[in-house]
Ligand binder design. Sequence first.
Ligand code: BES
Ligand code: ZN
Ligand code: ZN
Length: 494
Amino acid sequence: MQFHTKPTTYSKLTVDLLVEFVSSEDWEKELTDLNKTFNNQLLVYLKSERYEAKENTVQIIPSVGQSSFKTLVIASIGKKTELSLNSVRIAVAQAAKYAQTTHKKSIAFDLNTTLFGQLNLQDGAYVVVEGAVLGAYEFSKYKSETKKNFHEIEDIYFLVPASKIQHIANGIELGELMVKGTIFARDLINESPTITTPIFLAAAAKSLAKREEVQVEIFTESEARRMGMLAFLAVSRGSDEPAKFIKLTYKGTGKKKIVLAGKAITFDTGGLSLKDAKNMETMKLDMSGAAAVLGIFKVLPQLKPKATVIGLIAACENMPGAKATKPGDIVTALNGTSIEILNTDAEGRLTLADVLSYAVKEKPTAIIDLATLTGACMVALGEDIAGLFSNNVELKESLLIASRVVGEKMWELPLEKDYKDQIKSDIADLRNIGKGRYGGAITAALFLEEFVDNIPWVHLDIAGPAFAEKDSPLISKGGAGYGVRTILQYLRSL
Ligand code: BES
Ligand code: ZN
Ligand code: ZN
């Protein structure tokens, strides 16, 4: 998919598809010009169809050879007064999906409209790129050519006023970085889990070190053991795949140092506390946090944030092999805290205990972890919204703002002190599951908090939004690459 800016109007460009944005209040006015192209029959037709420009709908109009485009797509962004970047993203994604399934090769998005006056055109172009690329994405690598139900869009044109060319170019550049990182993460999550082993993730990280701004170190199991990462290694014990601890460093010019930690269970069977078949089906998703961190590092050298960024990934499988950790086993994490493991399926917090302890030693300005940590978080917030936990108001606010800009939904949940009793063990410092049935996302977060000292920290429980169980305009079924865009936007804002 190639993006081009054209200081022109649709009448001067030959394309398969023209996308015109309209609002539900003023669509008639907004279509006046196009109506002329259709010999004044466009509005007559739309009215006869009882068209209302309802939010997130697209209306397809064939031009049957009368104009410079073969098909017109009228994409409604809903109420003009409620216009948001995300409504444009969704409208674009729908148009892009339509283009793909009907094998259209070239699309023009008309940004000459007054509608975009409210947004700036740079943001407009940015969200069009995100909508088009994310909306068009499918993991089609394993589909035979004849079974693919879509074809790649080749060229996307932005029709813009000549004076705004530079703004548009900036918006396109940012959008392309955001989607490049996101799609890198999606592909990793969607790949077969027997391929995306810890060794594979380590190699993927190494491949990012080709740019001199990014350094990557891989630690073997014995190196991790020497460092004291025994909670992490306890999770890996039942697997034949060797665990890898991966550290990526991007050196910025500024003073801030941000650690990004991603949960990386390349497959979560639950271990000896085995999951049932249904709950195991999607458990290749359990490295989505790590996939996001890798997606972010993929584009950091081009995004060039000021801060130094450190990515930490403790990658292993959670398998019920003969050497697997048993419920009742006690291990000591890198920071000296002992943990009674009562459920081997609460493994993410064990790997993160060591990763967070390691992160603290880096003396960072902030730590952000992304983890598909608990089913309980999905019970609380549903499939689309991540749970956010934090010990620092300023950091939390910055992340919430960034998430709103990019349209990734998250909601704060409390680190409720009174629930801390639930993770106290009778025979060790901590136990790895709560004592009751409720509040599982919170007890998991409280467990993690034990390992961050008092460093400003945000924990994102992305169990819900990391993996889509059904298609939506911006995410086709499967890995979402959730978190990449929020974190990139946050790093940009520093
Ligand atoms: N990887 C799962 C959490 C998960 C569940 C992510 C569903 C995405 C979708 C995690 O390791 C897990 O199994 N958590 C347990 C914790 C419990 C044993 C305390 C859970 O949520 O059931
Ligand atoms: Zn688990
Ligand atoms: Zn897990």
